[in-house]
Design a protein around this ligand. Sequence first.
Ligand SMILES: Nc1ncnc2c1ncn2[C@@H]1O[C@H](COP(=O)(O)OP(=O)(O)O)[C@@H](O)[C@H]1O
Ligand SMILES: [Mg+2]
Length: 397
Amino acid sequence: MAAILEFDESTANSIANALGTNTFLFTDASQIPGHMASTGDPLVIIGPSVDQAVAERVTTAANLANPTGGVVWLRRRVDTTVVLEALRAGASDVIGDSDLPALVAAANRVAEKATLHATNASPDGAKRGATVTSIYAPKGGCGKTSIAANLAVLLSGEMHARVCLLDLDLESGDIQLIMSLPPGRCVLDLQYVADSLDATALASVMLPHSSGTYVLAAPQRPEQAAGITPGLIARIVSVASQMFDHVIIDCPPYATEHVLAVLDVTDHLALICTPDAASVKNTAISLELLSELRFAGSVDLIVNRAGERVGISATDIAEALDHPVTCEIPHSVDMPLATNSARLLSVSHPQHAISMAIRGYATFISPVPSGAQTATVPAQQTTSKRRRLFSRRVATT
Ligand SMILES: Nc1ncnc2c1ncn2[C@@H]1O[C@H](COP(=O)(O)OP(=O)(O)O)[C@@H](O)[C@H]1O
Ligand SMILES: [Mg+2]
């Protein structure tokens, strides 16, 4: 099966004849991602009449819609520049428009790759939506953004998952900065297409990071956040869920309407707590709110800056909150040092204790084929000493 994007009918027919398989001819580029997502068609042929900019856009969108497939470009002229541009755009091959045997060979390579992937896929073959993980703390400076960014690049770079990272800190988001991505496209570009938002529109505003993660950046200025409705955010997460294996959401430090909108579809809420009394108190309130909201997902308590000698341990936090700790991320100045040098610790130092801890959480939230999910991170069951820490240190009411 193949989708052909070509405006000249006779060229399109020659391509279809050469492929000798079920082909779908398109003259509207925006229909291709939907076709791939709904049919599982792995192959897109971009004909010679399609101009370069459209070819690049379709290639990005097609790769997002079906990353196990491939996009083959047919060009009137193939030289080093064209090949480099095609590969940079994510094409699997670029071939001269008269070299139909080479086209068939390229199509076969894509089909083999897709078959190989299908063989290794889940036995039921069912297409799952993304796992949505929201990183939240009711207080700024707890490490949400650092954890979200490192988690996303570990999932995409090392674990080869398709990952979208959404910066939901709409007024002061800094994902773009800490991932050293160029300013420009952001969620604001989607404010007028909310109802018609589809994979192509979403792909066109996301920023690709070298790890493979696609980032949807927050607006550049706080006053621009007013243009983003909770409905738009819900729609973005819904579309992204069909395009990616993981949607990671870096939340603001308040339970805004936008946060409530994503909670509805969140599978894992990574609730970040640091070993200080104020953070523990606010985390307790968040747990109460989540319970009142009947949040149906998994609440994963993450203790960041664990091990700091400040008189509160991860065990104290688990006991005080009466909630098990899913992951302990140690304190280390290497984290801000990496960020301040425009690096992500999990990329520059993959064996660092912080990287290892976040990798453990990445494994925890990744669905495993056997069905038996095991946390590889230090996890503790609490006793019934609920709020012991509070009675000892802080008043919660
Ligand atoms: N485990 C850690 N050890 C040391 N510093 C950390 C750790 N996690 C985060 N930080 C630092 O804390 C500061 C705030 O982190 P950030 O991710 O921006 O928090 P938030 O998004 O919750 O406001 C940054 O300077 C970051 O490098
Ligand atoms: Mg932040």
